[in-house]
Design a protein around this ligand. Structure first.
Ligand SMILES: [Zn+2]
Length: 279
């Protein structure tokens, strides 16, 4: 992967149709580099459809990732809910592979009142089983638990990096907006570089060459994230983040999840390119 690619979480609003294929074509027309396919309400794409998606992405030169369904909780207290969570992640990874997507992003769990260490051990166990199954299938897609914005959601920076260290083929999805909303901090150049330093120290320099990032404006309160906002309506210091990403030569995909999708993705990309030119 060359450099840092910018794209949208889901099909851009200005696509001809609300389909994945139209989305990929629109990403290319806009001059963006990547798109995350949103399977958040379930994986409804079949194998044939996924092959068409892969062909389109190759032809248009657009890199893909996939977001697994929201209905996943690797810390569920009922065994059948754990199994359903594993199945949903497996199903997403299998279809993502056919789409030619490099990564699957997912929301790993909720604490449900459990102490964080207990939740962590449960998530590690059941996610470990899932990645072992993918290994058996020779599915090489990166499995990326996301940093979550609400305090009730499993997924601190620490937890996501720990899972990435302990489990094969697991890597972080660093959602900078979520981390800012969750902590009320991490909104300045030095705080952003401190995150990148941690990634580098704990996962190695190679992790910075293969990053998966979510960015949006965000509203937050005492319990963390309230909702996503467009960047200009929020306090998120995206230019400082982009400078940090540039200075650390971060490569991979940056997915914009602002409500206006491609408008902010283009703003982020243009700001980043200006920084690159300034040297
Ligand atoms: Zn997400």
């Amino acid at each position: 992967m060359a450099g840092l690619l910018f794209g949208t979480g889901g099909t851009p609003h200005s696509a001809k149709a609300p389909s994945t294929i139209s989305g990929i074509e629109r990403i290319a027309e806009l001059g963006l580099g990547c798109m995350e396919i949103e399977f958040v309400q379930g994986v409804k794409m079949g194998e044939g459809g996924a092959r068409l998606v892969a062909d389109t992405a190759t032809r248009e030169g657009v890199k893909l990732s996939a977001h697994a369904p929201y209905f996943i909780n690797f810390n569920a207290h009922e065994p059948e809910k754990i199994r359903a969570s594993q199945d949903r992640l497996l199903q997403t990874a299998r279809i993502a592979l056919i789409c030619g997507a490099g990564s699957v992003v997912f929301h790993a769990a909720f604490y449900l009142g459990d102490p964080p260490e207990k939740a962590y051990n449960t998530v590690r166990k059941y996610l470990g089983e899932t990645v072992n199954q993918l290994k058996k299938e020779n599915n090489q897609v990166w499995i990326r638990p996301e940093i979550m914005g609400k305090l009730s959601g499993f997924g601190t920076l620490q937890e996501i990096l720990d899972l990435s260290i302990e489990l094969d083929r697991v890597a972080p999805c660093i959602d900078f907006a979520h981390w800012h909303a969750r902590t009320g901090r991490f909104n300045s150049y030095h705080e952003f570089t401190s995150i990148l330093e941690q990634v580098k120290e704990r996962l190695g320099k190679a992790a910075l060459d293969n990053m998966h990032i979510h960015v949006s404006g965000i509203a937050y309160g005492k319990k963390g994230e309230i909702k996503h906002l467009n960047l200009e309506e929020s306090d998120f210091q995206y230019a400082e983040l982009l400078k940090a990403l540039k200075d650390y030569e971060v490569e991979g995909m940056l997915i914009c999840e602002s409500p206006n999708l491609e408008t902010d993705a283009l703003l982020l990309q243009a700001t980043y390119n200006t920084l690159l030119k300034a040297g």
